[in-house]
Write a protein that binds this ligand. Sequence first.
Ligand code: NAD
Length: 488
Amino acid sequence: MPTTASPHSPCAFGLLTAGGWQAGQGGSFETRNPAHPGQVVGRYAAAGADQVAQAVQAARPAQRAWAKCPPLERGAVVARWLDALGARRDEVARAIVLEQGKPLAEARAEFDKGLAEARMMIGLAARGHGEVMPAARPGFRNLVLRRPRGVIVAVCPWNFPVMTPLRKLAPALMYGNAVLIKPSEFTPAAACVVADSAWSFFPPGLVQVLNGDGAVGAALVGHEGVDGVTFTGSIATGRRIATAAAQTLAEVSLELGGKNAAIVNDADDLDAALDAISGAAFAVCGQRCTAISRIVVRRELHDAVAAGLVKRARALRLGDGLQPDTTAGPLIHAAHRDKVQGMVARARQAGAEVLTGGGFAQPASAPEGWFHEPTVLARVTTGMEVARDEIFGPVITLQSYADFDEALAIVNGVEHGLTAALFSDRQTLVQRFLDECETGMLHVNHGTVPDNHMPFGGIKHSGVGVYSSVGPSAIGFYTTEHAAYLKS
Ligand code: NAD
């Protein structure tokens, strides 16, 4: 039986398969508390190659049985499962803090949002799945039908340990699929609890968890028995997954990194704008795909915006996420903290000015943790690495512009296209932003937090395929489309 996390006794999980929890044959691994790296908080058994193959095989009959369940009945089962999961909110939130490091309030908010999105999918998936089309020939009736896609592999990152698995599980199940979850090797506990809570509600094999690192993910993605791969993670891994899926011709949906900008052109209430920007920049310590990391500011407002952001960065209280006064946690691991630090150091060498932060931090509640100071960099130019590549840490850069053409050129001059914000009350600029900003999500006069029922995804190198998360686009990935011609 699995056990869940406490600071004193690490949680322990194997694999959740058609036969229930079992030991993995692919070796073992541990997770550590990023606020207290000496503390082991999870022990896991990774899936062996044979176990991956068996899991894919077992998913097929489970999926066929589940697909026969009428969608409204599926919704009733999923609703009961989500109620059972809801009762484990504290356990999941605590496990997230221990493995990922974010403050408890953020972990609870993540859980609540994940659950709300999943519940919303029940209603969405119960609506019409198909269409009646006009027929070209007399005596015909044309229908467009949808069926479950089949066996879905869901590969997850570490920054949202419960929301990402839920975003993939809820639409997959509602549309009649089986799901093989591959959690991040840094934060598997939350996904294990989610799947554990689902176990008794669904046919054996419909929801399985295969723990392990990228090798387990690659084995799943490369298996011929998989019909669809939904992946959330880095662009580099996304490329590998697309290459592997090109061999099996499985459908892919890739949700990848971002380099998200906020344009500050004019604001009646600059303080409110800066609150929204700093919230979107520093939540989860900047480790969100939708984090604002570039501030593109009209030259006349540069100094006021810089001062306001420095004040807000300094007001953050770094520390152990279980301490009630902590408002920003550590970075996920030492290598990531060093990567963030390296990018800041190279920016400084290239001429950027560090207005605040810039180095490692040692908060009193967690002095050995993998912390980086909230950092604001000015005099950043488009050629610099920090202006171009995803940092995924508590670092924001300032670039100023003379006119709106220049602002859009800066925002669009990166490979990413996930999300962006414009702060302006000028209609012409708002219209241009909606038409010309090259991102999948567009926000005017607020940060980059998405709603539960909207399409979620990116263009350019930030996303490939149908936006797969919850919301109205999910049906495009989790079902296949069929054109039917009925002659009387
Ligand atoms: P990552 O790409 O390193 O790992 C993600 C997952 O892929 C992990 O479970 C990992 O084990 C697995 N993996 C690694 N190699 C694999 C392979 N060859 N085949 C199959 N699976 C493999 O990403 P990460 O560091 O966990 O997450 C951070 C990244 O995720 C950031 O770039 C962030 O922007 C992105 N992200 C994007 C979104 C979005 O919706 N667009 C949301 C959250 C995070």
